[in-house]
Write a protein that binds this ligand. Sequence first.
Ligand SMILES: [Zn+2]
Ligand SMILES: [Zn+2]
Length: 178
Amino acid sequence: MTAPAPENFGIEMIGAPAGAPIELDLRLEAVLEGVLVTGTATLPLQGECARCLDPIASTFEADFQELFVYPDTRSGGNADDDELRLEDDLIDLEPVLRDAVVLALPLSPLCRDDCPGLCPECGARLADAGPEHHHDVADPRWAALQGLAGDMPASPTGGSGSPGSRGTTDRREGKQEG
Ligand SMILES: [Zn+2]
Ligand SMILES: [Zn+2]
């Protein structure tokens, strides 16, 4: 049995396109309180790789099991709001599927497990660019900063030598003054 995917069947990064066929493999069991529905849903997924933003097209499979109770049955005396009920002998599978599928979708879907993502420098897809792809940091702004750093006095954390007196006389270090 196949059902079309409802709107917004998914999460931000990935989901089933509206109207896409969801294949349902269902088993219905009559139990005392109602009907126990066990099944597997297979559906197409479309989304974006969280690392390289490549489109992802894959198939997702989710197992679910849910009890639909008869409308005139009260389980344990208190009618639960999220208790699923049979209505005119029909079962509404959409909330069950949402729970089974949407909650199980990966928050950061990847086009492949070892997706290297994008180059932080130029945005190239590293999967295409290859492992040799890199940039020499020759950005003039960084070069200027490096120049600045070279002009800075040595940090006084070393303990020996006082800042500012660098380059006067090294011999003073050894002399005892006062
Ligand atoms: Zn990717
Ligand atoms: Zn690059």
